[in-house]
Ligand binder design. Structure first.
Ligand SMILES: Cc1ncc(C[n+]2csc(CCOP(=O)(O)OP(=O)(O)O)c2C)c(N)n1
Length: 366
């Protein structure tokens, strides 16, 4: 292109047109992109379904436990199972997860004991003390995990590890400065990172249309010079495939990838008083219910004679048992004290806090 026919509008349109949604399994449970099917055995497909069903039960139970005052902070996950678990399933145990507050399911399936997830919800420091899982605790500051991901990924690269870091933010998070800093830095250093935007159409009540003029959020990676893709976030097979490919590239030294997953949260933003009926229509909800990842994956697996109602009931019962046991364990965990909280916060406690520490030590001894 010569400077004479330089046309910035055409350049933009050309780029934006390229960002079509990648899909393998459609809403009817049919494979529409056979050549892109990921290499997953029948057992692996069933395992992924089990995880999605189990997690849907956890979501429903967490919401009622929260309403009973038995859990604290909780960000509902129903609707986002394909994005969350399809992506986690594409990781290896040594890979790192840097989650946002809604991404507790990925942590659990990466090895976080459910009891700890409940303790995190209750604000207990033991919920954030990870022993056997490569992950950081869920980030509450929107987008901050993107910058940390660039750092962790660069660290892995410098140490010659063949593992990667995956991080998640929302459509709202993709407007943060940290988002751009993270993808830019990771790109500049070919750091082995996978940046996910779970675009569930709303940042609390702010709709996607007000979030950015960009036609897709996935295209934002182009400015950082990194491969970028928009995927059907309700399709576990497509999500698995794009994340696995991104992982392969990262491990091969080819740097990060940005993945926008188009998804929806069926519940409220968090359990702290959000009412989605004030900003979403029931028609919109119904449209997305038709895309439910569990429904389409179930239809697909039933068609392959890999899944039955009995299997599903078994997983549901197992989930309920696991939850009951974990809540009991969480209830039995010693309450955290103020002094414990202060001890884990500081290697060297500032002198003014030391004074307060002594006051509490005294109080707690009584
Ligand atoms: C830096 C920062 N600003 C504002 C908030 C308050 N806040 C919490 S969640 C949220 C919306 C995030 O929406 P999105 O990134 O789309 O993620 P989703 O919750 O939909 O998964 C906001 C603004 C925050 N936690 N951190």
């Amino acid at each position: 292109m010569t400077p004479n026919n330089f046309d910035p509008v055409e350049t933009l349109n050309t780029i934006e047109e390229k960002f079509e949604m990648f899909q393998i399994l459609d809403e009817e449970g049919k494979i529409v992109n056979e050549s892109e099917m990921p290499e997953l055995s029948d057992d692996q497909l069933v395992e992924l379904m089990k995880r999605m069903v189990w997690t849907r039960v956890l979501d429903a139970r967490s919401i009622s436990l929260n309403r009973q005052g038995r859990l604290g902070f909780y960000a509902p996950t129903a609707g986002q199972e394909a994005s969350q678990l399809g992506s986690q399933y594409a990781l290896e145990k040594d890979d790192y997860i840097l989650p946002g507050y809604r991404d507790v399911p990925q942590l659990i399936w990466h090895g976080l004991p459910l009891t700890q997830a409940f303790l995190f919800s209750r604000g207990h420091f033991k919920g954030n003390q990870y022993d056997e899982i490569n992950a950081l605790p869920p980030q509450i500051i929107i987008g901050a995990q993107y910058v940390q991901t660039a750092g962790v990924a660069l660290g892995l690269k410098k140490r010659g590890k063949d593992s990667v870091v995956i991080t998640y933010t929302g459509d709202g998070g993709s407007s943060q400065g940290d988002f751009y800093e993270g993808i830019n830095f990771a790109g500049a250093f070919d750091a082995p990172a996978i940046f996910v935007i779970q675009n569930n159409n709303y940042a609390i009540s702010t709709p996607r249309e007000l979030q950015s003029k960009a036609k897709t959020l996935g295209q934002k990676g182009i400015a950082a010079g990194i491969p970028s893709v928009v995927v059907d976030g309700m399709d576990p097979l497509a999500v698995y495939k794009v994340v696995r490919d991104a992982r392969d590239r990262a491990v091969a030294g080819e740097g990060p990838t940005l993945i926008e997953m188009l998804t929806y949260r069926y519940g409220p933003h968090t359990m702290a008083g959000d009412d989605p009926t004030r900003y979403r229509t029931s028609d919109e909800d119904s449209e997305w219910e038709k895309k439910d990842p569990l429904v389409r994956f179930r239809t697909y697996l039933e068609g392959k004679k890999l899944w039955t109602k009995e299997q599903e009931d078994e997983v549901i019962e197992q989930a309920k048992e696991d939850i009951k046991k974990a809540i009991k364990e969480a209830d039995g965990t010693e309450k955290q004290s103020v002094t414990q909280l202060m001890e884990i916060m500081y290697a060297d406690m500032p002198s003014n806090l030391k004074e307060q520490y002594e006051v509490y030590k005294e109080k707690e001894s009584k």
